[in-house]
Design a protein around this ligand. Structure first.
Ligand code: B3K
Ligand code: ZN
Length: 864
C-alpha cells in the first residue's frame, strides 16, 4: 500500500465547526435497482470564513449535475471522496443530481436493495453513499423527501409524516414525507418494499395519539406482537422513569433481512434486523424475546438520547450510545430481573470489553483517533460507556441523576453536543464535582484494584486499603474517581452497619486517591467483605478471598449479583488451582454441597439459580491468564462439569421432573425453562436413560427454548442423539432462515477431526449466503467465538477457515468482515504455535492489494 493509498486517520483534537449550515434539505429519489437518481436541493448559509469552500462528502456516486439557483456550477472539483465548491454566495440553494446503484451495493451501507426491498443505513457515514452532503453529525437540517418507485413496492417510507402520495404519469407511484425535527444525515432513512403491517397506537401521558406501525416481510405478521408490545412498554417506561414523551405523530419500525447490526434509530423510522423483531414461541427462544424487548427499547430511547440531542462529532459516540445502553439496561431491569440483567452486562464487560481494553484496539470511551468510524461501535463505547453513566448514577443517586437529565435536555435539545456537556449538566444539577470523574472518558484500559483487608480485635476496627494499579498495556493512568460499593457480613451472614467513630459510613466508598484506606469500627469479629458490590465500577479486582469467605458471600450477600460473583470466583479459583497443579483436585465437597443445596431448594429466582449452576465461560477463565492455556482450561472445565453431572445426576433428574413448564412467556415460566435447560445440559453428559428421554421430549416440543436447549446440550456433550436431532431440525425449518441460523450455530459447535470440512461444506447449504451478515455470524461467528477446541486447533485449520472468510468478506461487506476479525485481535495472548498461526492469517490480510479501511485499521493495529 502506497502512502497515498493509506487510509487517513482523523483526530478529535482537529475538530472544526462547519463553515456552512444546511437549513433545509429536499431529496427526490427515483428508485431503480441499477440507476437510482437522487436529486438533492440544499438550502445553505455560510457561518464560517467568507473564503471557505463548501466541502461535501460523497462515495461511489455518479455526479450528473450541480447547479445553484438554476445556474450550472463549474467552479468545483472532486478530490478523493470530497466535492469542493468554491465561491459560493453566503446564502443559496444548491441542487445536486447524482446516480447510485442500490442493487450492487453489498456493503449494506447507504441505499441498498436486498431481500426484495430498498432500504438505507446511514450511521455513521453512509449518507455520503446516497448523495453529496456535509455528512457530519453537527450539521442539522429539516428534510422533505419524495420517493418515486414501481408499484411492486407499495410502501414508500421515510422520516417524519407522510404529507402526499399518489400516482405518477408513467404508472409508477410516489410518496412525500416531511420531518419537522432538524436532524443530521446519519438519521435519514428510506424504505421501499412490499410488507405486511401491524398497526397499533399509543396515547402519551399528555394525551397525544401516536400511530405505531411495524412492517415485516409478507407472511410474518404472527411474529410481530412481541416487538409491538415491547415498543409500547418502552414508550411508557420512558415517560415514567425519565419523563420523556414521543414527539412525532407516527413511529415506524421496518424489519429487513440484510442488515449489518441489530437495528438503527432513524428518526420516526427505525430499521431493524429481522432477527431483532420476529418472534413467536415456536421459532424464538426466551433469550430472543428478551433481546428483542431490549433492542426495541434501545432504539426508542435514542429518540431523546441521540436524536433530539445528538453528537457534535463521532468521537462523542458514547454520549448517545453509552447513555442509551444504560437506559435500555435500566428498562430491562425495571421490567424483569435486575440481578440477571446485571450478570449479563458484567459478563460482557469482563470478557469482551476487558479483552478489547487490554488489546491492540484499546481506546477510551471517547476515542481520540479513528480511521474507520464503523470500527468504533465497540463494547468499549457502548458497554463501558454505559458503566460510566451507571457510575455517575451511583454517585449522584436517582433523583439528582434525573435532575441532570432534565438540565441536559433544557440546555441542549435540538443541538449536537459533547460528552463534556453531558457531564456538566450532571454536575451542575447535583452540585457534585465530576472533574476527576471525567478521566473515565479519556483513559483506556481497565483499572486494577488491589484490596488489602485487616482486622484489629483490640480496637474492633476493620480496614480496607484500596490501591489503584495501572491498567495492562495502557500508557495513561491518572488516578480515577471510583464508586466502590461494599457490604460487610458477620459470621451469621447478617449485614453489619458501616460506621466509624460514631458516624455512619455510606456503603459506596468514594475512591479518589492512588491508595486509600477506609476504616470501620464497632465490629466484634472480623467481617466477611463483599467487595465491588453489583460491580459498581468497571475494574479488575485483585483480592485474596478464600473459598470459605466466598461460600459465605454466596449464601448471604444481599446482592444477588454478588452471590453469583462469589460463585464464579469459587470456580475460577478451582480452575486456576487445577491448572497450576500436576494432579488437579476435583471440585471440593463444599462446592458440590453448595450446588446440591441450590438444586434441591429450587427456591427464589430460578433463572438466577440456573446461572449459579454454570461454570464461568472459556472467555471469563481466559481473562485470568496472561498467556491463555487453551488446552488446560478446556480439560479442567470438562472434568469439573463431568464431576458435577455425575455426582448430582439424581438431583438434576429430580429437579428437571419437578419443574412444570406451562409454555407461557411470563418471567416465572422463562425461569423454569432456563433451570430445566441447565439440568439437561449436565444430564446430557451422563449415560442416564432419563437424559435421553428428556432430550427427545424437549427436542420435539413446540417451544423453541426447549428445542434448542435439548439440541445444544446434546451437541456439546457429543450425545448419540445429536446427528438425528440436527437432521430433523434442518428438514423441519428450512423454510425459515432465521430459525436456520440457530441450526448453523449448532453445526458450528461440532467436534472431531472433520469438523472444519463439515463446516465448510455448509457454505453450499441452500440457506447459506455470504452476503447476509446473519448467516455468516451464525455459522462462522459462532464457530470462532464458541467452538474453542476447533477454532484453536493446533494445525491452524480453524484460523484458516476464518482467514479465508475474511478475505471474501473484505470485498462483499467490509463492516461485517471487520467485526468477524475480532478473535484474531488477541493473537498475542496465545502460545507460540497458535499465535504464529493467527499472525499468518492477519498477514494474509495485510498483504491484500485492496484491503478495506475497516480491516486495515484493525489488522495494522494487531500486527504492530
Ligand atoms: N446507532 C446504531 C448503530 C450504528 C452502527 C453503525 N455502524 C444502532 C444503535 O446503537 O442503536
Ligand atoms: Zn444505540
Amino acid at each position: 500500500m502506497t502512502a497515498a493509498q493509506k487510509p487517513q486517520t482523523q483526530y478529535l483534537k482537529d475538530y472544526q465547526a462547519p463553515d456552512f449550515l444546511i437549513n433545509h434539505t429536499e431529496l427526490n429519489f427515483d428508485l431503480q435497482p441499477l440507476t437510482t437518481r437522487v436529486t438533492a436541493l440544499l438550502t445553505l448559509s455560510r457561518v464560517g470564513a467568507k473564503t471557505a469552500p463548501l466541502v461535501l462528502d460523497g462515495i461511489d456516486l455518479r455526479l450528473v449535475s450541480l447547479s445553484i439557483d438554476t445556474h450550472d456550477i463549474s467552479d468545483y472539483k472532486i478530490v478523493g471522496e470530497q466535492l469542493i465548491i468554491n465561491n459560493l454566495p453566503d446564502h443559496c440553494q444548491l441542487s445536486i443530481v447524482t446516480e447510485i446503484s442500490p442493487q450492487t451495493n453489498t456493503s449494506l451501507e447507504g441505499l441498498y436493495l436486498s431481500g426484495g426491498a430498498y432500504c438505507t443505513q446511514c450511521e455513521a457515514q453512509g449518507f455520503r453513499k446516497i448523495t453529496y452532503y456535509m455528512d457530519r453529525p453537527d450539521v442539522l437540517s429539516t428534510f422533505d423527501v419524495t420517493i418515486i418507485a414501481d408499484k411492486k413496492y407499495p410502501q414508500l417510507l421515510s422520516n417524519g409524516n407522510m404529507v402526499d402520495s399518489g400516482e405518477t404519469q408513467d404508472g409508477r407511484h410516489f410518496a412525500k414525507w416531511q420531518d419537522p425535527f432538524k436532524k443530521p444525515s446519519y438519521l435519514f432513512a428510506l424504505v421501499a418494499g412490499d410488507f405486511d403491517v401491524l398497526n397499533d397506537s399509543y396515547t402519551t401521558k399528555s394525551g397525544k395519539n401516536v400511530d405505531l406501525a411495524l412492517f415485516v416481510d409478507k407472511g410474518n405478521l404472527s411474529k410481530t406482537p412481541h416487538a409491538m408490545s415491547s415498543l409500547k412498554k418502552a414508550m411508557q417506561w420512558d415517560e415514567t422513569r425519565f419523563n420523556l414523551e414521543y414527539d412525532l405523530d407516527i413511529y415506524m419500525i421496518v424489519a429487513v433481512d440484510f442488515f449489518n447490526m441489530g437495528a438503527m434509530e432513524n428518526k420516526g423510522l427505525n430499521i431493524f434486523n429481522s432477527k431483532c423483531v420476529l418472534a413467536n414461541q415456536e421459532t424464538a427462544t426466551d433469550k430472543d424475546y428478551h433481546t428483542i424487548e431490549s433492542i426495541v427499547g434501545h432504539e426508542y430511547f435514542h429518540n431523546w438520547t441521540g436524536n433530539r440531542v445528538t453528537c457534535r462529532d463521532w468521537f462523542q459516540l458514547s454520549l448517545k450510545e453509552g447513555l442509551t445502553v444504560f437506559r435500555d439496561q435500566e428498562f430491562s431491569s425495571d421490567l424483569g430481573s435486575r440481578a440477571l440483567n446485571r450478570i449479563d452486562a458484567v459478563k460482557v464487560m469482563r470478557t469482551h470489553q476487558f479483552s478489547e481494553d487490554a488489546g491492540p484496539m484499546a481506546h477510551p470511551i471517547r476515542p481520540e483517533k479513528v480511521i474507520e468510524m464503523n470500527n468504533f461501535y465497540t463494547v468499549t463505547v457502548y458497554d463501558k460507556g454505559a458503566e460510566v453513566i451507571r457510575m455517575m448514577h451511583t454517585l449522584l443517586g436517582e433523583t439528582n441523576f434525573q435532575k441532570g437529565m432534565t438540565l441536559y435536555f433544557e440546555r441542549h435539545d435540538g443541538q449536537a453536543v459533547t460528552c463534556d456537556d453531558f457531564v456538566s449538566a450532571m454536575s451542575d444539577a447535583s452540585n457534585i464535582n465530576l472533574e476527576q470523574f471525567k478521566r473515565w472518558y479519556s483513559q483506556s484500559g481497565t483499572p486494577r484494584l488491589n484490596v488489602q483487608q485487616s482486622y484489629h480485635s483490640e480496637t474492633q476496627t476493620f480496614s480496607l486499603t484500596i490501591e489503584q494499579a495501572a491498567p495492562i498495556n495502557q500508557p495513561q493512568n491518572d488516578t480515577l474517581h471510583i464508586p466502590f460499593a461494599i457490604e460487610l457480613l458477620d459470621s451469621k451472614g447478617k449485614s453489619v452497619p458501616l460506621q466509624y467513630k460514631g458516624q455512619s459510613v455510606d456503603h459506596v466508598l468514594d475512591v479518589t486517591k492512588a491508595t486509600q484506606t477506609f476504616n470501620f469500627d464497632q465490629l466484634a469479629e472480623q467481617p466477611v467483605a463483599v467487595l465491588l458490590e453489583d460491580f459498581s465500577a468497571p475494574c479488575i479486582l485483585k483480592q485474596h478471598s478464600n473459598d470459605q469467605d466466598l461460600l459465605h458471600i454466596m449464601r448471604f450477600a444481599r446482592s444477588d449479583f454478588s452471590r453469583w460473583d462469589a460463585q464464579q470466583q469459587l470456580f475460577i479459583n478451582a480452575v486456576k488451582r487445577g491448572i497450576a497443579s500436576k494432579n488437579p483436585e476435583p471440585l471440593s465437597n463444599e462446592i458440590i454441597a453448595a450446588l446440591q443445596v441450590l438444586i434441591a431448594s429450587r427456591a427464589g429466582d430460578l433463572a438466577l439459580l440456573a446461572e449459579l449452576l454454570k461454570l464461568p465461560s472459556f472467555d471469563t477463565l481466559a481473562a485470568e491468564f496472561e498467556t491463555i492455556p487453551v488446552d488446560a482450561i478446556l480439560t479442567i472445565t470438562q472434568q469439573f462439569e463431568q464431576q458435577i453431572a455425575d455426582t448430582l445426576e439424581q438431583e438434576f433428574i429430580n429437579c428437571y421432573q419437578a419443574l412444570e413448564d406451562d409454555g407461557s412467556v411470563n418471567a416465572a415460566a422463562v425461569a423454569i425453562r432456563s433451570l430445566k435447560q441447565q439440568c439437561l445440559y449436565y444430564l446430557a453428559k451422563t449415560d442416564s436413560l432419563s437424559a435421553a428421554e428428556f432430550i427427545k421430549e424437549a427436542a420435539s416440543s413446540t417451544n423453541m427454548t426447549n428445542v434448542l436447549g435439548a439440541l445444544s446440550g446434546a451437541i456439546k456433550a457429543s450425545h448419540t442423539l445429536s446427528d438425528t436431532l440436527l437432521a430433523h431440525f434442518d428438514s423441519q425449518w428450512r423454510h425459515d432462515v432465521l430459525v436456520m441460523d440457530k441450526w448453523f450455530a449448532l453445526q458450528a459447535m461440532q467436534s472431531g477431526d472433520d469438523a472444519i470440512d463439515n463446516i465448510k461444506a455448509l457454505y453450499e447449504h441452500p440457506c447459506f449466503d455470504f452476503s447476509n451478515p446473519n448467516r455468516v455470524r451464525a455459522l462462522i461467528g459462532s464457530f470462532s467465538h464458541f467452538n474453542t477446541a476447533q477454532f484453536h486447533r493446533l494445525d491452524g485449520k480453524g484460523y484458516a477457515l476464518l482467514g479465508d472468510l475474511l478475505i471474501k468478506l473484505n470485498t462483499i461487506n467490509p463492516q461485517n468482515a471487520s467485526r468477524m476479525l475480532t478473535p484474531f485481535m488477541s493473537w498475542k495472548r496465545y502460545d507460540k504455535v497458535r499465535s504464529a498461526a493467527m499472525k499468518t492469517q492477519l498477514q494474509r490480510l495485510a498483504d491484500l492489494d485492496t484491503l478495506s479501511d475497516d480491516l486495515f485499521e484493525k489488522v495494522e493495529k494487531a500486527l504492530n
